[in-house]
Design a protein around this ligand. Structure first.
Ligand SMILES: [Zn+2]
Length: 300
């Protein structure tokens, strides 16, 4: 058994995962109301307390996995910009309450591992996981193994440049993939063309897209979004030649409006070098729990 911790943009979830990838129990806390200064301490304390409780209740737990936004290296995560946190010493903090092995992973990579081992990427050896959300996270599997460079975790899919002198990205570069094809950018464009209030939740955005989907200006926004997404996909396919590409994060809620259309356009245009055999495009099946489920997997 494992403990899986998922540090998200608005919540921290902690769960107990069995060897088949099932969540036996989970608990989560809302962190959207904590101020940034307190947030770091709050997250550390919450993780320590819940880990202690679970270890007492489930003595067969062997490992603790943590999925976090930002760049994990040696048990510490840096650049958690969406949470306003520069550095989070995850391993050091958890070592104070337990002596088990601790694995700290980027959230998109943890979700990718869960999909590879238990979800929709299970049948494939060469595969890419893509997670369009606030940015675009991702992971690549070659011959069943997660591609893991030595210096940094890599696969910063969201920051490959797809437009010369394009939109300014938070990373400092211009024209990054995620400044055109993240869900955040789609939301921004929808808000602009429909003249909506600035703050809309993903669920509300879905309802709005459904309601207005026949309108020409919205059709244009969706098509433009999908075309940018396809440019990124095309690059990834030509470099890695995956058998399958899986989309996770909130993208899964937009099956009819985004995913089905994406598949149709992609199959029609075949914007890839090897046009005969296209990779399978699929949606993630483990939902929001994927990060928790994949974080502690040691086989990757
Ligand atoms: Zn960037």
């Amino acid at each position: 058994m494992k403990i899986g911790i998922d540090i998200g943009g608005s919540h921290v979830g902690i769960g107990v995962v069995d060897d088949k990838g099932n969540l036996v129990e989970k608990i989560e806390t809302d962190i959207s109301s904590e101020t940034t200064q307190n947030l770091k301490q709050y997250i550390e304390k919450y993780m320590q307390e819940k880990v202690k409780q679970y270890l007492k209740k489930y003595p067969s737990i062997e490992v603790i996995g943590v999925a976090s936004p930002g760049t994990p290296q040696g048990g510490t995560v840096t650049a958690l910009w969406n949470l306003g946190i520069e550095e989070l010493k995850v391993e050091e903090s958890l070592k104070k309450v337990c002596s088990l092995p601790i694995i700290v992973r980027n959230d998109a990579k943890a979700a990718a591992i869960a999909e590879k081992k238990f979800g929709s990427l299970k049948p494939y050896q060469d595969a890419i996981f893509l997670c369009p959300g606030t940015g675009i996270g991702g992971a690549t599997f070659i011959d069943g193994k997660l591609l893991t460079p030595k210096r940094y975790p890599g696969m910063e899919i969201g920051h490959m440049i797809i437009q010369k002198d394009g939109k300014q990205c938070a990373c400092g570069k211009k024209g990054c993939f995620e400044t055109y094809a993240s869900m955040k950018q789609l939301k921004k464009r929808v808000i602009e063309v429909l003249d909506l209030p600035k703050e809309i939740e993903a669920k509300k955005l879905l309802a709005i897209l459904k309601e207005h989907q026949q309108e020409e200006k919205l059709q244009e926004v969706i098509l433009e979004y999908l075309e940018y997404l396809i440019i990124g996909l095309s690059n990834l396919i030509d470099i890695f030649e995956p058998e399958a590409i899986c989309f996770g994060g909130s993208f899964v809620y937009f099956k009819d409006i985004l995913f089905d259309r994406l598949v149709t356009i992609f199959e029609e245009r075949r914007y890839v070098f090897n046009k005969e055999t296209l990779p399978v495009l699929t949606l993630a099946t483990l939902g929001n729990d994927a990060g928790m489920i994949g974080a502690g997997e040691r086989d990757f």
